[in-house]
Design a protein around this ligand. Structure first.
Ligand code: ADP
Ligand code: MG
Length: 485
């Protein structure tokens, strides 16, 4: 089997973050009662006319810009004709030969040798991105099927890759990168469980060293990243085995059975649809001006992997921390704002990537909770780090008061003063406590004097407890050693 290599091309459908449909003002929200988000245009009733959703065009252009595509000066609309009960008009408005975005690349990140080590990065070529309308949803029951047209007509883009992926791992990384970038820039929520991102995977194998592409099969409508990874792996193995035995691969559509983990043939190329595309006579082509594109470009955030590289290089952060901070553009902004107020990126990064995220997820919906609405301000995090640096409080106290800063929005100095948490640097006072703890704990004292270096930790713990964490740790260490000597 090692003599064959896989070639994969993905077609990824992503629902754009729009409140209304592609060609009418009917609202769209996930999870509404069936068939409540329709109108005569959605239902394709005679005499209705489509009117373009400008925001959908803008989000598509921004998607193209995130992935370095050429944005077409003019794009147009075509009817893709086929009958299916989830599609009220019996044609889908899509883009055939003049899509909105052409070419481009998606930068993917492959898993590193360990969780805290950055993996390899590589650019995967795109063919195009086009804009179309989604279809409704069928639910099948034992004695019939029901259709819900709520999703029908919602803005959907299709991102088509070149056959430029070479393993199931790369296919998964490609989907992860699309999700990361689109969520990051606010273009889609890409929630696969809600069907906001779906994928068709095209897979072929060829003898290693061959330039010619093998015959491909296509798995349609995969709705999870693990589904893509597993079905691609299954198909690579199946095709390699067939070829090894001297058999032949047929170009066909196959269905992935996720429960049992195998693919099964659905229809062959001969049965493939002829969609009889033609330009939609009800819609004008869209002219996209340079100024419009520039204006949309200016509103995009720095791309997450670019930002990750910058955090590693400029702030010297460890990879795991940089990658956590770059999962969400608001989180990154918050971190950078705090760093401008206190130039200790590692300490700030620690509080943001660990303590802040822990508090956010304790408040459950970390993702939907806009960070801008947080009670805690970046200035407060910067101040907290300063208090530790200046020796006003210990690192431990800083961590202890973080949840309170998060809940009340109070500044760390306010909390420190209110609760009397200032670190004690009064030498005589600390020395007194140290002497008492030594007198009260003959066992660790004996062990330490017998050469067990670690035994001092028990004494330190005693002093910290007695001073409620307020004694300066460096001073405690010094004084204990002096008294024990
Ligand atoms: P269709 O629209 O009929 O699915 P396309 O030519 O648009 O056909 O190709 C769709 C996808 O299939 C693209 O992502 C492309 O990269 C991929 N693809 C085409 N040929 C192969 C092949 N031999 N092996 C793997 N993927 C392929
Ligand atoms: Mg296809």
């Amino acid at each position: 089997m090692k003599d064959y290599e896989a070639v994969i091309g993905l077609e990824v459908h992503v629902q754009l973050k729009c409140d209304t449909k592609m060609f009418t003002r009917a609202a769209y929200r996930f999870g509404e009662p069936p068939n409540t988000l329709t109108n005569p245009v959605v239902m394709g009733l005679p005499g209705t006319l489509p009117v373009l959703n400008k925001r959908a065009i803008e989000l598509s252009i921004q998607t193209g810009l995130m992935f370095g595509c050429h944005i077409a000066e003019v794009c147009k609309w075509d009817r893709k004709n086929y009958f299916y009960p989830d599609q009220p008009k019996n044609y889908q408005i899509s883009q055939f030969d003049q899509p909105i975005c052409i070419g481009g690349v998606v930068e993917i990140e492959l898993p590193g040798p360990a969780r805290n080590v950055m993996g390899e990065h590589r650019e995967v070529k795109l063919t195009r991105i086009h804009l179309e309308e989604d279809v409704g949803k069928l639910t099948h029951y034992e004695n019939g099927s029901l259709v819900d047209f709520n999703r029908a007509g919602t803005p959907l883009i299709e991102i088509v890759s070149e056959p430029d992926l070479f393993s199931a791992e790369e296919a998964a990384a490609f989907l992860n990168a699309i999700r990361l970038n689109m969520i990051y820039a606010g273009l889609s929520d890409c929630d696969m469980e809600k069907g906001q991102m779906r994928c068709d995977a095209n897979v072929s194998v060829r003898p290693v060293g061959s330039e010619k592409l093998g015959i491909r099969t296509e798995m349609k409508n995969l709705n999870s990243i693990s589904g893509v990874r597993d079905s691609v792996n299954y198909e690579i193995r199946r095709q390699s085995k067939v070829l090894e035995k001297g058999g032949e691969i047929f170009q066909e559509t196959r269905r992935w059975n996720a429960e049992q983990g195998y693919t099964v043939a659905l229809r062959s190329k001969e049965e493939a649809h002829d969609y009889r595309y033609f330009p939609d006579p009800d819609l004008m082509p869209v002219r996209v001006s340079r100024e419009w594109v520039d204006c949309l470009h200016a509103k995009l955030p720095e791309r997450p992997f670019d930002r990750q590289r910058r955090y590693l290089k400029d702030f010297g952060l460890p990879f795991t921390m940089a990658s956590v901070l770059c999962q969400n553009s608001e989180l990154g902004n918050f971190f950078e704002e705090a760093v401008t107020k206190c130039n200790k990126p590692l300490e700030i990064g620690n509080l943001v990537a660990n303590d802040l995220l822990r508090e956010l997820s304790a408040g459950k919906d970390a993702e939907s909770q806009g960070l801008v609405l947080l009670p805690i301000k970046s200035g407060h995090v910067a101040e907290l780090v300063k208090l530790v640096e200046e020796g006003v409080i210990s690192r431990q106290i800083a961590q202890d008061i973080f949840p309170q800063m998060f809940q009340t929005g109070e500044s760390p100095s306010t909390i420190v003063e209110k609760k009397g948490l200032r670190q004690t640097t009064d030498m005589a006072e600390i020395e007194g406590v140290c002497a008492r703890i030594i007198a009260e704990n003959p066992k660790p004292v004996g062990e330490f004097r017998a050469g067990n270096e670690k035994a001092i930790n028990a004494l330190k713990g005693g002093v910290m407890k007695a001073t409620r964490g307020k004694a300066n740790p460096a001073m405690v260490d010094k004084l204990l050693r002096k008294l024990l000597a």
